[in-house]
Structure formats: C-alpha cells, structure tokens
Design a protein around this ligand. Structure first.
Ligand code: SF4
Length: 362
C-alpha cells in the first residue's frame, strides 16, 4: 500500500481528509439542488456506491433554502459548491454544510472573504480553495502568460499561495486545496509542485475530463502518477453523466494502485478463440451483483478450463467456463465442476459466503 504524504488533517463532518488517512472518495450531484427529493436520492445512491462526501451546487436562493433539509437527511457530510456570491457561502455554512468549495477566480473581494472566514471559523467548517486552470485570476494570466503549460502551472500555484496566505493571515487553516486542469500531464506537474509547496491536504481530479470512457482514461492517466507518489488526500473523478460512475472509477483506480482494498475486484480474461460461452455477459452480471459490496475480494472469471485455473490462481475465488460445464475454484484449487447454467449461481453463493464472513469479522 502506498503511504500518503503527510499533511495537516482536516475534519469534514467527521470524515478526516489528510494526515496519513486513506484517500477519501467524493462526488458531486447533478440534480437541481432545490429538488430536495431527487438530490437526496442521488446522494444516497452515491453513498451506497462508496462515496464518503458529496458536493452539491449552490446556484440560487432556492438551493440555499434546500440545504438545511439536505444536510439533515443526508447519510454523509455535504459540501457546498459556491461561485461568485459570498453570501451563498455564508448561508450554506449556516445551513450546516461540512465544507464549502470556493474558487479564487470568482470570489476575491477581501472584505467578503473575511466575512466567509469568520462564519466558517464559528461553525468549524472547512474550506476547499479550488483553483482551476480555466479560471486563474486575470492579473496572473497576464503576468505568467497562458500559452506555455509550465506557465499555467506556475500561475495556478501562485493563485493558490495568494489565497492560502490571505486565509492564514486571517487565522484560518481549516483548508483543503485543489488545483485542477483538464490536461492530465499538467495535472501531474501541478500536483507535484503543490505537494511540495503546501502542508494542506490535496483534493485531486482532472476536470472536464469527458464521458465515461474518455474521462476515465484521462483521469487515470493524470491521477495514477501522483497517487503512487503518495499525493492526494481526497479524489473526485469528473465524468459527464451519472455521478455513480465517478465512484466506481475512483474505487477501481485506488484498488488497482493498491491504495484501497475495500472493493470487489473482478479480473476476466481478454477471451480468445477457445471461448465457447458468453463470458462478457457473465462478467457484467457479476460486476452488477457486487457493485455495492465494499469489501476486499478478488474474483477471476475466465473463458476456459485449459488455461483458466492457472491464470486465475491469484484470485480468491473464480470460475472457468465452457459451453457444457465449468469449474468453480477457490485459492487456486478446484472446488467443483458444474453445468454451465450453474456457474453464475454457484459463484454468487461463494461471493455471499465471503461477504458474510467479512461482515462477521467487522
Ligand atoms: Fe483464451 Fe481461455 Fe485464456 Fe480466456 S482463459 S484468454 S478463453 S485461453
């Protein structure tokens, strides 16, 4: 397991971000926040999938009015996403959110910031300073130029330093930082610099990365190199579409890097000419079956008995199928041979056994 670089730990409604704690998984709703019923429904879906924090957009007074109810009924701490209007930040804190996200690019009035800081201090609420490459303060854009990538990184770090200094000068250190770019290479460079520069936990992500396939590839390309260096204390994978996918991708990324083990990992063979049953359908069915089971288990689903058992021996359990019959195996040993139509039910039984054992051990 890769050790996290030590940072100041920040308490967000009971979830600790930073220190040497595990990477906290978060996402953001895409419902209208004032639609309390559907926002809470999505928050619950995200938490069931494995989210530990959920952010909601605060766009207008109707959203502000909805926050208190959402905070009260949410199964996890709520983060409010604030742009432009400092009064929304203050009202969101007063409504009970555990953290707010501010963008230095669009709230920069010092008096307004001081008012936010005072209320955040009073309510012990954390603030994420979220610098985005697309909204660097104008004076920094002109002084650093934005054509060269290195200059964008420098401008983002300068913007974050300026904001952090202002918060610190006003006695506020309950800070989390993000410096998001849509370019994976820029993301790697910027977060490496940020980790050297700041003692605060880092919220990592590649912004505007795209749809499920493209966004997953871009996010993993940008985030894996920093995660393996111990950088990143909370993560959001930004994808266009259903945010539940963001949690799935977060978990799989962390698991594949050995940073989180609380996930059912399914390995399946790439298939070849020896395959004579619908392996893809079986893999999809087992992925769906296990998607909300947050516990460590490695399952191998392999296309044939010839190579299957050898290829799957690193898994806890698995199946190797064929058109007529297949085998169920556990820790590299064959448990039984069953007809093809019994492979999936038998595998599910075995998964349930492991899940029950895990629950008892907790
Ligand atoms: Fe081919 Fe069998 Fe290997 Fe799958 S497990 S790739 S079907 S040889």
């Amino acid at each position: 397991m890769y050790k996290r670089q030590d940072t100041k730990p920040i308490n967000v409604g009971g979830v600790i971000i930073g220190g040497n704690n595990d990477v906290v998984i978060q996402s953001m709703t895409n419902t209208k926040t004032h639609d309390i019923k559907n926002t809470l429904k999505q928050i619950n879906e995200l938490v069931k999938a494995g989210a530990q924090l959920v952010r909601v957009a605060v766009f207008d007074e109707k959203d502000i009015e909805a926050l208190e109810d959402i905070v009260k009924k949410s199964p996890c701490p709520i983060v409010a996403d604030i742009h432009f209007n400092h009064m929304f930040a203050i009202k969101a804190i007063e409504a009970g959110v555990a953290k707010i996200r501010l963008n230095p690019g669009n709230i920069s009035d010092e008096q307004q910031l001081k008012e936010i800081i005072n209320v955040a201090k009073k309510h012990n609420v954390a603030i994420r300073i979220g610098v985005n490459s697309g909204s660097i303060p104008l004076d920094l854009v002109s002084s650093h130029g934005v054509s060269a990538k290195a200059m964008i990184t420098a401008a983002m770090i300068t913007a974050a330093k300026r904001y952090v200094k202002f918060f610190e000068d006003n006695g506020f250190t309950n800070i989390i930082l993000s410096l998001k770019c849509s370019d994976p290479l820029l993301t790697i460079e910027t977060y490496h610099l940020a980790a050297k520069e700041f003692k605060y936990p880092l919220h990592i992500g590649v912004t505007e990365s795209g749809t499920l396939m493209n966004g997953t590839i871009k996010s993993c390309a940008g985030l894996a190199p920093i995660l393996v260096d111990g950088i990143g204390n909370t993560i959001r994978i930004s994808l266009t579409g259903n945010p539940v996918h963001e949690i799935t991708v977060c978990k799989k990324l962390l698991s594949s890097l050995g940073i989180s083990s609380n996930i059912v990992e399914i390995i399946s063979c790439p298939t070849c000419g020896r395959l004579d049953f619908n392996l893809e359908k079986v893999v999809n069915e087992i992925e769906e079956y296990t998607k909300d089971m947050n516990f460590p288990l490695k399952i191998a689903i392999l296309g044939c008995v010839v190579n299957g058992i050898g290829e799957g021996k690193e898994a806890d359990i698995g199946i190797a199928g064929s058109a007529k019959k297949g085998i169920i195996f556990e820790k590299g040993n064959v448990l039984k041979t069953v007809p093809e139509n019994q492979l999936v039910p038998e595998l599910k039984k075995l998964i349930n056994k492991y899940f029950e054992l895990y629950k008892k051990s907790k």
